[in-house]
Design a protein around this ligand. Structure first.
Ligand SMILES: NC(=O)c1ccc[n+]([C@@H]2O[C@H](COP(=O)([O-])OP(=O)(O)OC[C@H]3O[C@@H](n4cnc5c(N)ncnc54)[C@H](OP(=O)(O)O)[C@@H]3O)[C@@H](O)[C@H]2O)c1
Length: 225
């Protein structure tokens, strides 16, 4: 229920001189506001304050994700991401560098098969590995979990503001409903493969940034509801 709307004309709430309108709604245990200025909306959003609903942005402290869950994947034009436990294309060094650097200071979540294929050079600070078989890890930085819930708890226990989901296909699919951002390396061409990236609803995602790179195009998608 919207109670009132006010117009700020001076440098107020978030340090912007431009006028913007704020509608305030009161709900039991939470509140929301909506801005009419894209610039202010973007600024507020960048501060991690807002959650968005389509083109409207709402402040719900009780709903704000405490941890960003970001999937990172290289995806061919036909959605293929893997073949025979490997990549179907020649390694793309620039892509490997960018994704390794991106996740280097954060925990990563990955499936047992992908984890096994990376044992020689593990990504991230901690590897949270999904397996249906509870097991001890032989890797100091690794931890096995048996469900999505356990994986998310393990990541939260590390008091991180973000965790990266590194695949493979089964794990991208399992986590997709929980993912808040996707960083996708678009690999040109269609490839044969036995592993594909899950479908997602374009209506609830916004392409925030697209950058051409050597051998791929990097896309940064943000969930908007
Ligand atoms: N292009 C990319 O960016 C990218 C990134 C990563 C991987 N890949 C490719 O993806 C392929 C591997 O994908 P994948 O789907 O075969 O394997 P995966 O997702 O890496 O791992 C699958 C394993 O995860 C565990 N698992 C799956 N569902 C589970 C659940 N509900 N609960 C608990 N554990 C669960 C199982 O481990 P247990 O068998 O131990 O029970 C399962 O065998 C490879 O080709 C790889 O190269 C591509």
């Amino acid at each position: 229920m919207t109670l009132f709307a006010v117009q700020f004309t001076k440098q107020e709430a978030f340090g912007h001189a431009r006028a913007f309108t704020v509608g305030v709604s009161m709900f039991p245990g939470r509140y929301a506001f909506r801005t009419s200025s894209p610039a202010n909306t973007e600024s507020i959003r960048n501060r991690g304050i807002l959650q968005s609903r389509g083109d409207k942005y709402y402040h719900h402290p009780t709903e704000r994700p405490d941890m960003e869950l970001i999937s990172v994947a290289a995806v061919a034009d036909n959605g293929v991401i893997g073949q025979d436990d490997g990549l179907p294309w020649e390694s793309i060094p620039a892509d490997r560098r960018q994704y390794r650097a991106r996740v280097a200071e954060h925990p990563v979540i990955l499936g047992r098969r992908t984890f096994d294929s990376m044992r020689d050079d593990l990504p991230g600070t901690t590897q949270i590995v999904l397996s249906r078989t509870p097991q001890e890890t032989s890797v100091e930085t690794g931890e096995y979990v048996t469900s999505v819930t356990e994986a998310l708890s393990a990541a939260r226990a590390l008091e991180t503001d973000r965790a990266y989901v590194l695949g493979g296909a089964a794990i991208y699919g399992l986590f997709q409903p929980h993912i808040t951002q996707m960083v996708l390396s678009r690999v040109p061409g269609a490839y044969e493969g036995d592993a594909v990236f899950p479908e997602w609803d374009r209506d609830v995602w916004t392409l925030q940034e697209q950058t051409r790179a050597d051998g791929f195009t990097l896309e940064h998608w943000v969930r908007t509801r």
